[in-house]
Design a protein around this ligand. Structure first.
Ligand code: ZN
Length: 666
């Protein structure tokens, strides 16, 4: 250790530093203490007096065989600590601890030699939460889950940092509302592992540990995490802290602002997202059936017909994909063809990266290097828009897949560069005033994309949803491109569509910036055969979250199979979406201990209450009381009032939005 630095440190932290074995940092909200010898780090959140502790490092990250002291103090200034520590016994990093905001702790890590090869290393030990109702809050390929920390086995072992829909995880106590946000400020080459440990009374728990992956194998740039410690407010407070961070970083671009640049975006507000039939006849029939707005994907027979669909007020869009490519036959490059193998991603071992494999295993697509996306997209936009009057464009895969590297010397790419290729692709269409859609949502796409499919879905669908095969029953077996697959209905019921463990984390951050819906293979009407009772549950989720449904107009979908279902879903969810599309989602709460009744509030004053439970529940919305059946709801806002409630033994649906009125008694 540098002795002069240590002496300086002792003088400057005389109040906080008990001796040469500890270092500390303090502001009005937090106090950080680091035991240099054992490596134990504690953070005291002053307003609640809660002390967040890390377990003493054990096993291969410290313990008896670890060097002492674990941390070496390099410098202590009034507002920062600089320390050094060796991780995984092989990589020494210089660490900078600062308290940049009221309740924030930032830890930055730099390698003396950025070329240091790391593969993947564990970073600091996690802060633990041993509360009876402690949960992990995470948008893991979903709008959000709350996983109880003592779930055995814990449903997710590792979250890849590049594929967290928002680059953070949170721990919070559902009883007291205290918790912390762990934000990966450098999330591209990182992961979060749920580390197991034993809490008091032998309770088995998990807590999130950050791991850094190499950038092309090396530590490279300065890595950073930001902790935010909240005394109350639970996962909603953590979402709002991230929203403030996202705003600072230019990610909060409200739909109201996007609308000023593209008035056609108004067509999306209150539109069901529809696939499977893009004909003029379908559009006219839907209009006659009362569907005022609609997002229709695909091409009718002629451009004039598309113009007529646009004139109905609908938003015409089309599937597109720049990731999955086949060999060009004539040397021309378009959205699905390129020169192979040259344009495919080169892996570290020199092999080319494979992409989508069709159900019959006969067509293997290759992965186009994202460095070549923009050029192909611009050429496609030029050609398609010169022929067709599209108003929107749906770009598949780009926002749904993880980050990867390319080792082809002609188009090399880091994961960070790959992330930056996404907006470059979206701009090819956005600059031409198209409403842009994407598969699934990820934080970096929000300024560039207007609607995202899949966000409403709960992460892992349990049938071959990507191959668009409707399950006929809850336990049907499939055999296809990925081998045998048995539907894991219980998993889907619990984590996919279960109301107990879902929370609208994504909507609490981005609702007023981007419109969310379900996955194709988890559409509002996808399970008409296997589980028709799920459709009203999905409608109830759309109502609670203020989002749009996804419906099919081909032979497996509700338009042809059960039109009343199509129209019911449209009515019950879309009038509300039109009313709240540009509003921020301010809060979400579990009203009953079993999480059956849930309430959301939007910034325009709209309040939504939903009952997912089997037992009817009495709720109050505004001044009115309602008895809600399962998947019933009551909504009151300045632009809309709607309810699906019990009146005696009858179920009554009422919707009133401006001049629109719908009464129905069953
Ligand atoms: Zn490349």
């Amino acid at each position: 250790m540098n002795t002069s630095a240590c002496r300086t440190a002792v003088i400057l932290c005389s109040l906080a530093c008990a001796g040469a074995h500890g270092a500390s940092l303090e502001n009005r909200a937090l106090r950080l203490d680091i035991a240099l010898d054992t490596g134990r780090v504690t953070v005291t959140e002053k307003s609640s007096k809660r002390v967040w502790e890390q377990p003493v490092p054990a096993g291969n990250v410290g313990g008896a065989s670890a060097p002492r002291p674990l941390y070496r103090l390099l410098a202590q200034k009034k507002s920062e600590l600089e320390l050094e520590r060796t991780f995984d016994k092989r990589v020494t990093l210089r660490l900078r601890f600062t308290l940049p905001g009221a309740s924030d702790l930032r830890i930055e890590a730099t390698a003396d030699d950025p070329k240091t090869l790391i593969g993947e290393i564990s970073f600091l030990e996690p802060f633990v939460l041993n509360a009876p109702r402690g949960v992990l809050a995470v948008a893991d390929y979903s709008d959000g889950h709350l996983y109880p920390l003592d779930t055995q086995p814990f449903p997710r072992g590792t979250f890849s940092g590049d594929r967290l829909d928002m680059p953070w995880v949170g721990l919070c106590d559902l009883d007291t509302g205290c918790g912390y946000l762990l934000l990966l400020e450098t999330s591209d080459d990182a992961s979060v592992t749920m580390q197991k440990f034993t809490g008091k009374n032998g309770r088995q728990l998990v807590a999130p540990m950050v791991r850094w992956r190499g950038q092309k194998g090396a530590f490279g740039y300065t890595r950073s995490v930001l902790y935010h410690f909240a005394p109350k407010g639970g996962y909603v407070a953590l979402c709002k802290r991230y929203r403030a961070y996202a705003k600072e970083h230019g990610l909060i671009v409200p739909l109201a602002d996007k609308l000023k640049k593209n008035p056609n975006l108004a067509r999306l507000f209150g539109a069901p997202d529809v696939w499977g039939n893009a004909s003029l006849a379908f559009a006219q029939e839907a209009k006659a059936a009362g569907v005022e707005k609609m997002l229709i994907h695909g091409k009718p027979k002629k451009p004039e017909e598309m113009r007529a669909i646009n004139d109905l007020g609908y938003l015409t869009s089309e599937y597109d994909n720049y990731t999955d490519i086949l060999q060009t036959k004539d040397g021309k490059i378009d959205h699905q063809h390129a020169i192979l193998p040259d344009h495919a991603v080169m892996l570290k071992d020199g092999e080319r990266m494979k992409a989508w494999l069709t159900w019959d295993k006969k067509t293997q697509f290759m992965k186009r290097c994202p460095m070549l996306w923009e050029e192909a997209a611009k050429a496609t936009a030029e050609k398609v828009l010169s022929e067709w009057p599209f108003i929107g464009r749906f770009v598949d895969v780009t926002t749904a897949e993880g980050l990867y590297e390319c080792y082809d010397p002609k188009h090399p790419m880091t994961r960070t560069q790959k992330r930056e290729c996404g907006p470059a692709l979206h701009r090819a269409f956005r600059d031409r005033k198209l409403v842009v859609g994407g598969e699934h949502g990820i934080w970096w796409c929000v300024p560039w994309v207007d609607y995202i499919e899949g966000m409403q879905s709960g992460g892992n669908a349990s049938w071959p949803a990507g191959h668009l095969i409707h399950p006929k029953s809850k336990d049907e077996e499939f055999e296809g491109a990925w081998g045998k697959l048995k539907t894991k209905w219980e998993q889907y019921a619990k984590w996919g569509i279960g109301h107990e463990y879902r929370a609208p984390l994504w909507e609490l951050v981005f609702h007023d910036c981007i419109v969310s819906t379900w996955y194709w293979g988890d559409a509002s009407d996808w399970l008409l055969d296997a589980a028709p009772e799920i459709t009203p549950k999905k409608d109830a989720f759309n109502i609670l979250y203020g989002t749009i449904p996804l419906l099919w107009a081909n032979k497996g979908g509700s338009w042809l199979k059960d039109r009343a279902v199509f129209l019911r879903t449209y009515r019950n969810t879309c009038k509300l979406h039109e009313a709240v599309a540009t509003a921020e989602l301010l809060s979400h709460e579990f009203v009953t201990p079993d999480h059956a009744v849930q309430r959301t509030r939007f910034s325009d004053g709209t309040e939504c209450v939903v009952n997912f439970g089997e037992k009817p529940q009495r709720v109050k919305v505004g001044r009115q009381e309602f008895l809600l059946p399962q998947n019933g709801w009551a909504v009151k806002g300045p632009k809309i009032e709607q309810s699906r409630a019990l009146d005696g033994d009858k179920q009554v649906t009422k919707i009133r939005a401006g001049k629109y009125q719908f009464p129905e008694t069953r």
